[in-house]
Design a protein around this ligand. Structure first.
Ligand SMILES: Nc1ncnc2c1ncn2[C@@H]1O[C@H](COP(=O)(O)OP(=O)(O)OP(=O)(O)O)[C@@H](O)[C@H]1O
Ligand SMILES: [Mg+2]
Length: 498
């Protein structure tokens, strides 16, 4: 086969941990090559080697048959390799254009003076925004954008480099179905231009839809590499996990208790309009909508991170006319943030410190932290959540999915009563997803309420007792389990009315 890119016998070790073991990976020109495997399998590490962020211990990389040296991200870029990282790496205070062109700003008449041609940069960014169907001003600071929109800025940044190899590491984790369609159209265009795309995703339906080739890795070794037509989804799952998968949505029937949270006529700064809903003990309420619909803002307002709001908030029957993060926490509310940001984690601290930070009292005596008690608590949660690392591992060194599980461990440890969980399983492999759903089941059976803010409609339909669909800051409807299909939800989320 004519391989545009070839990675040969790549081996990489972190400390004593062999993360990649003699990995061979090839991709053809103009092809979408899916790279899949469970959390911690080594996907991101392999691609970071290609993007010049890590050096392999051994192995070769060839482009069009010639060996190349990739010792830095800059060298990778010069060879035409661009990477959209799993976690968002934008400068929050800079605007969209500045982020897209940082360190490669277009110059005015470069032979004569070194002036940046901002006019051109803004113009080009506007063109990309239009091409992606995004109604955004190129001067808008990225910290005012939703997660999905931020991801698109990353995507534009990579696409605008005119690379001939683009690595997309879990690009759709924060995207809605509509946004995914846009991305897939762009991928189709890139293919026509002969760009090779390496596509990492845990969403296997996506892989079936767009990939030409697929490589499965497990524990740092290639298990299978073939054309997508040669495999079916169940076959891939089996190859990834080494075992068959049970029920994908293990929703339990839980007896509902008294109302824990009630929101009446809540409005906030034009972004939220007259929202009312309530949630009972033992209930899972789904909130969904396109990015920019206000789902995230609603959560932030209720947890005290944004405000002041108009309307009424009742927690366990008590009225709150305003709320701070501290008050929210004292009353059992917590916000488990989504993947793609390390928000909520101290990434340079070990797992155990991250887990206990929200509830120090549980591991302290007379004001001193007892590290052994802390380690034990962390070990217990690591086991329950099947986090693939020891309690003293630094969070930064964990794979994306395992970092997500640490956020979960933290809130489980804090005994939160009303959990707002954003994109609970984005970036989590299909086997561990069931673990997360079971953790959510455990939470609600022990008397907590869970608000699940998710773009994954099959998960919303499969796991929630009720679902609230948002559009443009409004609640467009609240439906009971079984009353709506994914298509119905999408209809309301796109502005449709009943
Ligand atoms: N900088 C690092 N230092 C030490 N260990 C690391 C580092 N980066 C990754 N690892 C370890 O390497 C293994 C593979 O991680 P990697 O991020 O490549 O997994 P992944 O397949 O991308 O998983 P996910 O689907 O969860 O993103 C994990 O065990 C991880 O803890
Ligand atoms: Mg990864």
């Amino acid at each position: 086969m004519n391989n545009f890119l070839e990675m040969r016998k790549i081996t990489k070790q972190f400390n004593d941990n062999v993360v990649l073991d003699q990995v061979d990976f090839c991709a053809g020109k103009g092809q979408v090559h899916a790279l899949i495997g469970e959390n911690g399998a080594g996907k991101s590490t392999l691609m970071k080697i290609l993007a010049g962020l890590h050096m392999p211990d051994s192995g070769d990389i060839l482009i069009e048959g010639s060996k190349v040296a990739i010792n830095s991200p800059k060298q990778a870029q010069e060879l035409g390799i661009a990477m959209i990282y799993q976690e968002i790496r934008l400068f929050p205070d800079l605007n969209i254009t500045e982020n897209v062109y940082i360190r490669r700003e277009p110059m005015k008449n470069p032979r004569w003076c070194k002036l940046i041609d901002w006019e051109k940069a803004y113009e080009d960014t506007q063109k990309y925004l239009d091409y992606f169907g995004l109604k955004l001003n190129p001067r808008r600071p990225v910290n005012t954008l939703g997660m999905g929109q931020q991801k698109f800025v990353e995507i534009i940044k990579a696409v605008s480099q005119n690379a001939n190899i683009i690595i997309m590491d879990e690009p759709t984790a924060a995207l809605t179905d509509h946004e995914i369609d846009i991305l897939f159209k762009v991928i189709g265009d890139l293919k026509k231009l002969g760009v090779t795309i390496i596509y990492i995703s845990h969403r296997l339906e996506e892989i079936k839809r767009i990939a030409d080739q697929v490589t499965v890795i497990r524990d740092g070794k290639v298990i299978q590499s073939c054309s997508i037509d040669e495999v079916d989804i169940n076959g891939i799952i089996k190859a990834m996990a080494g075992k068959e998968l049970e029920d994908r949505y293990p929703k339990l029937k839980v007896k509902l208790g008294k109302e824990q949270l009630r929101v009446e006529g809540l409005s906030y700064g034009g972004k939220l309009k007259d929202i009312s809903f309530s949630i009972k003990k033992g209930e899972i309420l789904g909130i969904t909508g396109l990015s920019g619909s206000g789902r995230r803002t609603l959560t932030k307002v209720l947890c005290g991170f944004e405000g002041p709001y108009e309307g009424s908030l009742y927690i366990n029957g008590k009225l709150f006319k305003s709320i701070t993060p501290h008050m929210a926490k004292l009353n059992g509310l917590c916000f488990v943030t989504g993947i793609g940001t390390s928000e909520g984690l101290i990434t340079n601290a070990p797992i155990q410190e991250n887990v206990t930070i929200t509830n120090m009292e549980r591991v302290s005596k007379l004001g001193f932290i007892e590290r052994t008690t802390e380690a034990e608590a962390a070990k217990d949660l690591i086991e329950r959540l099947e986090i693939m690392a020891s309690e003293n591992e630094i969070v930064n060194n964990l794979s994306g999915g395992n970092q997500k599980k640490v956020i979960f461990a933290k809130w489980l440890f804090a005994n939160a009563k009303i959990l707002f969980i954003e994109e609970p399983t984005a970036g989590i492999d299909i086997g561990s997803k069931v673990d997360i759903y079971n953790i959510i089941n455990e939470l609600v059976t022990s008397g907590a309420s869970v608000v699940m803010i998710s773009s994954d409609l099959s998960e919303i339909v499969g796991m929630c007792d009720r679902v609230m669909v948002m559009y443009n800051g409004e609640a467009r409807g609240i439906f009971n389990k079984g009353e709506v299909s994914q298509e119905d939800i999408l209809y309301y989320a796109s502005g449709g009315r009943g």
